[in-house]
Design a protein around this ligand. Structure first.
Ligand SMILES: C[S@@+](CC[C@H](N)C(=O)[O-])C[C@H]1O[C@@H](n2cnc3c(N)ncnc32)[C@H](O)[C@@H]1O
Length: 332
């Protein structure tokens, strides 16, 4: 794709529509240029989150299994393109792109076809009776807050029949909770692969945990800090490129063996909070959601790892005492 520069009025309009989904009438994609602009900016930023999720899934030992890839609410096709970059297309027989905007479907299809001309790419909606569904990997990204309750339920009943689901939403409170509702509806029908380390009900929905939300942070690539266009993007649109919050959910229809699916593991939610000589961290595991404290003097190596925050969010607390981590390790 030739280099296109950012068009600020278009990006500002799109951003304001994303932030106020209740005010959207029809689709915000008014032209191919809107999608082009999205693809090189907001879409690119979303692709960095996808890269983080693919890396995490690879580390866990997850593999794509379905023969069909469905990208629901595909927009410019970021999720599909990122999947293809991470896993290639050899194991796929077809791709289904769906978005209520015809312009978006066309744009995404053209991009996928340009990069993978041999792939069969269909543009269509999918029903729960679709025979392909049981062998489909369903992707969804940054779409839930644009859907009505009925649409969210319908999407859930379709996705619940799939082979695998990989779903990313923004890391804000509302989107994370909407994704949590999807999790609770799918749990029991499918196996939760990530981020959860157990299959119990999500503790975020307990009254005592109402202020918390399940979210993680991806790293921005170096270009986000060196490219003057990205610097201007951050300033003009007031988006902090150092922080890429996201929530995600991965499920399999079968009992796949992945790392992290045993009681020994814990997820660190958000970022550990640093204080002088100690760290506080919100830990989620089969014991529920807990605020744990780690004193530097108890486990200096773990303290340093958590401070740097480069080893992902999966941990093992090898020794706990009275809400304090005495010894632990990051899994990756
Ligand atoms: C914020 S964009 C995200 C696009 C893409 N998934 C991504 O991550 O870059 C949300 C997309 O959902 C689509 N969408 C919203 N409501 C929809 C619906 N009811 N059915 C299908 N697509 C919908 C919009 O047209 C838009 O392309």
């Amino acid at each position: 794709m030739e280099r296109i520069s950012f068009d600020w009025p278009t990006l500002e309009r799109l951003r304001s529509e994303f932030l106020n989904p209740d005010e959207i009438e029809g689709s915000y994609w008014k032209s191919k240029e809107d999608l082009e602009q999205y693809h090189i900016s907001f879409g690119k930023r979303i692709s960095w989150k996808w890269s983080a999720v693919w890396e995490e899934l690879r580390n866990l030992g997850w593999q794509p299994e379905g023969k069909t890839l469905l990208d629901w609410g595909c927009g410019s096709g970021v999720a599909t393109l990122s999947f293809l970059e991470a896993f290639g297309s050899d194991a796929l027989e077809s791709i289904i792109l769906w978005d209520h905007s015809t312009l978006a479907c066309q744009f995404a299809r053209q991009h996928v076809r340009e990069l993978h001309p041999h792939l069969a790419v269909e543009v269509r909606s999918i029903e729960s009776t679709d025979p392909k569904l049981a062998d489909t990997i369903c992707l969804a990204s940054h779409v839930l807050n644009e859907l009505s309750n009925d649409e969210q339920e319908t999407l859930n009943s379709i996705f619940g029949l799939a082979r695998q689901i990989v779903w990313i939403e923004p890391g804000d409170y509302k989107s994370s909770h909407l994704l949590g509702i999807q999790r609770e509806r799918l749990a029991g029908r499918m196996r939760i692969v990530a981020p959860c380390v157990c299959q119990e009900s999500c503790p975020m929905f307990l009254e005592d945990n109402a202020r918390h939300w399940c979210h993680f942070f991806a790293r921005s690539p170096i270009e986000a800090f060196t490219d003057p266009d990205w610097a201007r993007f951050a300033t003009m649109l007031e988006i902090d490129l150092r922080s890429l919050p996201y929530s995600y959910l991965v499920l399999n229809s079968n009992d796949c063996k992945v790392i992290g699916a045993e009681p020994a593991y814990s997820r660190v939610i958000g970022k550990p909070r640093q204080y002088k000589g100690y760290t506080k961290t919100l830990s989620c595991d089969s014991q529920g959601l807990r605020d744990l404290e780690l004193q530097k003097r108890d486990d200096g190596k773990l303290w340093k790892t958590m401070k740097k925050g480069r080893n992902g969010s999966l941990y093992k607390w090898n020794e706990l005492y009275n809400g304090r981590i005495k010894q632990g390790e990051s899994v990756f």
